[in-house]
Design a protein around this ligand. Structure first.
Ligand code: FAD
Ligand code: DHB
Length: 393
């Protein structure tokens, strides 16, 4: 079936969902397609920390009802190293805070709102055979087969590739047109979701000779914890008891106990830095993980995806109305923030993780840096400014 829309959007993660809402607010039609089911998208455990600018953006566009009730505002983090736990007070250092609110909840809120505003057809879940073509023309084409087996060919004014790192949009750009800068890390994160009240009031990032650990949370009764493991580690080697024992050791502090509880979900995530530029080819615009990946230390991935589409919505609005200036500036505008976050995420990651086989020089340099960021106001402010995030448009 042949149809037409203004903007074709590939991928119903945070980037694609928020973009379809921002475009609707501007009176622009879109078709949003997603290969996974709604249930899968709403259950996929990922990030949990929203920058101040992300919260403000979601509030401004009417998406913060539940976020304002259930999100937990944090004024800082703890950095733990060499047997000490030190607090960094973001509120005092920068006047800004972050909010703990799971990506699953952001995604649920966005899906519910799109369906309330535009009906069940607003998002086509469980589609197959997706492709994007005619990208160098003014009428790029999005093709897919719907869940009930109908083949669609959608003629668009522009296409937004919001389909994550493994999507089809970035590979649709000729390789000769892209510059890819990439680094893998020799470690991964084993993450658990646990049915137990958090043992801490704010997140703990722990440096330990056995490897990094992070204590985060999802609410008053749910904890989220991460453990550095080898990149080729098999989750089957990590029964719940072993995970809790390892976490207890890495967070150990006299007079403080980590409370273990039932594990609801566990997975292993590889870590990489990846930036592909430019974020535009003809009338295809990439946003979020489709264009860049950061290692999770520092909680930037989700925030970058939201920031990209905050720039992309006005850019596409201008493009469809014959004013291409913002669309022409889109890639360079986003890449500034992307590279700042790429640097910050790399810096946090290398300060806190243990490289397998590293000599004592690595540990001593890390400890010197950790002492510096927890004792110099200038260094602490730099971390706080990056963690709480740059302002959005
Ligand atoms: P995604 O959320 O990946 O959404 C892309 C969507 O496109 C998906 O729903 C996918 O199914 C869909 N799709 C793919 N191909 C197609 C296709 N051909 N057609 C249609 N749809 C398609 N960040 C943090 O800050 N902290 C974390 O702890 C953290 N943990 C993570 C754990 C994992 C396993 C992963 C993969 C990422 C994690 N991230 C984390 C990163 C963060 O979750 C991402 O940066 C964020 O999801 C990016 O949003 P997005 O919308 O760009 O992409
Ligand atoms: C979470 C993830 C992160 O990568 C991080 O730096 C902080 C918190 C989380 O999932 O809660």
């Amino acid at each position: 079936m042949r149809t037409r829309t203004q903007i074709g959007i590939v991928g119903a993660g945070p980037a694609g969902l928020l973009l379809s809402h921002l475009l609707a607010l501007r009176g622009i039609d879109s078709v949003l397609i997603e290969t996974r089911s709604r249930e899968y998208c709403e259950a996929r455990q990922r990030a949990g920390v929203l920058e101040a600018g992300s919260v403000r953006l979601l509030r401004e566009v009417g998406l913060a009802g539940r976020l304002d009730r259930q999100g937990i505002e944090h004024g800082g983090i703890y950095l733990q190293f060499a047997g000490e736990r030190r607090h960094l007070d973001f509120r005092e250092l920068t006047g800004r805070t972050v909010t703990v609110y799971a990506q699953t909840e952001v995604v649920k809120d966005l899906i519910a709102r799109r369906i309330a505003d535009a009906g069940e057809a607003a998002i086509q879940f469980s589609v197959t055979d997706t492709s994007v073509t005619r990208l160098e023309t003014d009428t790029p084409v999005l093709r897919y087969t719907s869940e009930d087996g109908v083949q669609y060919e959608v003629s668009c004014d522009a296409i937004a590739g919001c389909d994550g790192f493994h999507g089809i949009c970035r590979p649709a750009i000729p390789a000769s047109e892209l510059t890819v800068v990439e680094r893998g890390y020799p470690y991964a994160w084993l993450g658990i979701l646990a049915d137990i009240p958090p043992s801490t009031d704010e997140l703990i990032y722990a440096h330990h000779r056995r490897g990094f650990a992070l204590h985060s949370l999802r609410g008053p009764t749910t904890s989220r914890l991460y453990l550095q493991v080898d990149p080729d580690e098999d989750i089957a080697n990590w029964p719940d008891d072993r995970i809790w024992a390892e976490l207890s050791e890495r967070f150990a502090l006299p007079g403080w106990d980590l409370k273990p509880g039932p594990v609801l979900d566990k997975n292993i995530t590889p870590m990489r830095s990846f930036v592909s530029a430019p974020m535009r080819h003809g009338r295809l615009f990439l946003a979020g993980d489709a264009a860049h990946i950061v290692p999770p230390t520092g909680a930037k991935g989700l925030n970058l995806a939201l920031a990209d589409v905050a720039h992309l919505a006005p850019a596409l609005d201008g493009l469809v109305r014959g004013q291409p200036d913002k669309a022409d500036a889109y890639s360079a505008t986003c890449l500034d923030r992307v590279w700042r976050s790429t640097h910050f995420s790399w810096w946090m990651t290398t300060m806190l993780h243990r490289t397998p086989g590293a000599d004592d020089m690595e540990a001593q340099l890390q400890l010197a840096q950790l002492r510096y960021v927890t004792s110099s106001r200038a260094a602490a402010t730099s971390l706080a400014e990056n963690y709480t995030g740059l302002p959005l448009p």
